[in-house]
Ligand binder design. Sequence first.
Ligand code: ATP
Length: 560
Amino acid sequence: MNKSPDTQRMEKIVSLCKRRGFIFQSSEIYGGLNGVWDYGPLGVELKRNLKNYWWRVMVHERDDIVGMDGSILTHPAVLKASGHVDTFTDPMVDCRLTQRRFRADRESVSRKDSIRLALLVSDHRKFNLPTPKVDPSSVFKFFIEFADKMSAQPDILKDDVENFRKAYVSGPAASGDSIRLLQRKGEDKATILKRADAFYQLRNILIPMLSPSTEEVTDSRDFSPENGAELTPPRPFNLMFRTSMGATETEDSIAYLRPETAQAIFVQFKNILEVSRKKLPFGIAQIGKAFRNEINPRNFTFRSREFEQMELEYFCRAEEGMKLLDYWLGERLKFYENIGIGRDGLHVKTVSDEERAFYSKGTYDIEFDFPFGRQELEGVAYRTDYDLLQHQKASGKSLDYFDEETKQRFVPHVVEPSAGVDRAVLALICEAYSEDEAPDEKGKMETRIVLRFHPRMAPIKCAVFPLLKNKEHLVAKAKEIVDLLRPHMNVFYDESGAIGRRYRRQDEIGTPFGVTVDFETLGEKDADLRDTVTLRDRDSMKQERVLVKDLPGILVSRIT
Ligand code: ATP
């Protein structure tokens, strides 16, 4: 099957991530843990750069926001009050053939190209009928023969046949179970019948009586995207991971792994208000792990079961809520542009009244064009005073704010920009991935893979190369430069292989700058060039000659 260019692009990205040490599957040597990922040496740097920049612009560069770091293990009462225990669910469906589970609202399966083949079964054993010794697809022949026999000995089989007839004629199946299977484009009926057979074998109905009837199906979500088998009706599935605290496992020992970082902020609101002595509007920011037992983890790290969030709860007066919602949307869009995600690839979706949480007065989703489609990166929601009121009610502790000017007491409202670290990392990688052409050592053009990370995000900022590894003075000078740069940034020293190869290896991991120490640096060719190096730019591949002592200043100005 031909793959779409985007599928191919995604596969290349996933493979690069593994090959160069950005992201690995968790517990890979044991076959992997589904929906869980480990970040390798480069991935962890990229992730840290992202989180540090978020913290810098959200906390350090502002007077109105303070940080916190809450625990992952969460008291059940917190999540009961927040509504997570009762309503943090996704509708889940199971494939009736393979028992695989899907998230119901995400699987739109058949799009105008399908015929529904309703295969009806009767479990003949229940009716004491003779076993049809025929191929299931020619089951009608069996009925005819059976009808003949029956007319010869009507009394013996009369009751059974009557029961059978009633059930068979009036209902979708005489007994046992029935399944509907989708005949998708390119599939013939025999394949479908085989699939139906598998379904009945699973139920121990060895020779099912099949009565196929077909009907057109369009835009249905009733069928598995994998095999066209019918799905069960949707059931709610709670996404929270439960664990048990202490030596005995009872209902009282339940704790949850937090499904979002936000709740710790609401629960600590009063403490933080008191110690920080902030006035409204002000915010509390947090970065940390969250856990959701996603029904279908997929699209690499996009939907994981363990992930990180960067959340801000920005408390305000009710009348400021809508204005601040728009303000934070603007700030968050700026953030993504400042880490190198172009405005063209970002989209703002205004979440409709039906889709929005009932307590929210306005929500935007910031979406990104991933190779697998346009998907949410971050949600910006005006959550009103719902969260604080819920916790105030459930805990019996006041979570209000005293306005010294107006002498009024009230529970603040909140605007929440909630971003996913892993989704942003994936967006950074997808946005950065590109292929162009560059000359190899012999001047022949070859494909160059390059991650065009914004220098601010790049895991390694500068690579330092001695032109030749067997020239002691070149090596010593290069190591001196590494020491000079190291206090300011993450640098990488590489002396192995031809210089072009070394550049290429750095291009592939997105290192924006390369410094080469050559004989000019040593002043061997031209005394004026002593203590200068070539500084190569990853994207333009242009080289400039700069003084070694100027390097920290030049580079720091380009990476911060
Ligand atoms: P989705 O609709 O994609 O499941 P959501 O609307 O449930 O996401 P929120 O509860 O608003 O997500 O969480 C805020 C942010 O946390 C999301 O915008 C996303 O970046 C991140 N996030 C949520 N679930 C996951 C997940 N399973 N894996 C990775 N990141 C996630």
